[in-house]
Design a protein around this ligand. Structure first.
Ligand code: ATP
Ligand code: MG
Length: 332
């Protein structure tokens, strides 16, 4: 794990809000997300379904689909705000400097051309290389993600791939151009554990050899523990806890993080203690002004009911470990 925190800052989200306005109301998908990603660091983003992980990723790429809009905030990359860039400037950044492995492999691939054509086009759009060099780059990228029959994969169409193969093709595509920032949205969800371990190893290798910064989205705390340097825990479209993986796993401080870690199987605890967190996730259309975890929180008290959502704050004397809670599990 990378220990140094003085690496230069590569990506910084400042109070980003994203909403979807439609007939049924406004879905408040992302509500004030801020984080800093440093060079050569892997930030794990974890949270249950609907907590705003994918929309946060799409906002960095400026690919939030209609009718979604980024309504507030700034996304600094290389010293400039991506939200101020033209579409043309964004096209040059996407894939090349910041690349995304989308959550859904089906929508990530073009059904009408072969995998090889897609990979080659993706690379030649950003790099001036000879035909053979591009082809070799594609083959190497596919082999690195555990697809040894790369020649054969290149000749196929998306529908001729299994879900796991499609997912790995997308990972290979995202990695092929050596982006400064790789955003991987549930990159191993369709893969068995051996292939998952290989992909996570490949992500760490990129970080170690090229200094790639990674945003790794998952709902699996085990994946975070194995791979990430820092972790952001999302709930109701905001980050409720942030810190180094070591600190957050050692001292989970938000009651939601604490509950999430209780759901992990552990060797020192009998299996019957494994449980889901009771209660329902928040309605993102009628999101309360108070803490969104309030109805499920075992530590809720009057203060939580009477006040606005608590801000994510770092306590005195702490290094980066921050929590958004009026009554944390342990005072940070
Ligand atoms: N295209 C869309 N139109 C309307 N609402 C959307 C759209 N995409 C996402 N949302 C809403 O935004 C909120 C956040 O969704 P998001 O996809 O970011 O969740 P997630 O944390 O990635 O969940 P999962 O773990 O299931 O992938 C949800 O309430 C979702 O319903
Ligand atoms: Mg998602």
């Amino acid at each position: 794990m990378t220990e140094a925190t003085n690496e230069p800052e590569v990506l910084r989200l400042n109070d980003v809000y994203v909403q979807f306005v439609n007939k049924v109301g406004t879905t408040k998908a992302v509500n004030g997300v801020s984080f800093t990603l440093r060079r050569g660091h892997i930030l794990g983003v974890v949270g249950e379904s609907g907590s705003g992980k994918s929309v946060t990723a799409l906002s960095i790429m400026r690919l939030v689909p209609f009718p979604g809009q980024i309504s507030r905030g700034a996304i600094h990359f290389d010293g400039t705000d991506l939200l101020q860039k033209s579409d043309d400037q964004m096209r040059r950044i996407r894939g090349n400097r910041i690349s995304l492995v989308p959550q859904d492999p089906v929508t990530g691939l073009n059904p009408t051309v072969t995998i090889g054509q897609q990979l080659i086009e993706g690379i030649t759009a950003h790099m001036k290389l000879g035909k053979k060099e591009v082809r070799d780059l594609c083959l190497a990228a596919l082999r690195r993600v555990g697809l040894p029959d790369a020649e054969n994969i290149m000749a196929r169409y998306a529908f001729q791939l299994s879900g796991g193969q499609a997912q790995r093709v997308l990972i290979a595509m995202a990695m092929a151009l050596n982006p400064a920032v790789l955003i991987a949205d549930e990159p191993t969800s369709a893969l068995d554990s051996t292939v998952q371990a290989q992909i996570l190893g490949e992500i760490r290798r990129l970080r170690d050899t090229l200094g790639t910064s990674v945003v790794l989205i998952t709902h699996d705390m085990g994946v975070i523990a194995q791979t990430a340097d820092e972790v952001a825990v999302m709930y109701g479209g905001t980050i409720v806890e942030y810190g180094s993986v070591r600190d957050v796993f050692r001292r989970p401080t938000h009651p939601y993080t604490y509950a999430l870690l209780q759901t992990l199987p552990r060797l020192d605890r009998p299996v019957q203690h494994l449980q889901a967190i009771p209660g329902m996730p928040p309605d993102m259309v009628n999101l309360p002004e108070q803490c969104a975890f309030l109805p499920r929180c075992p530590k809720a008290r009057n203060e939580c009911r009477l006040q606005f959502r608590p801000p994510l704050a770092i306590a005195d004397g702490e290094d980066q470990h921050a929590v958004a809670c009026y009554n944390p599990m342990i005072q940070v």
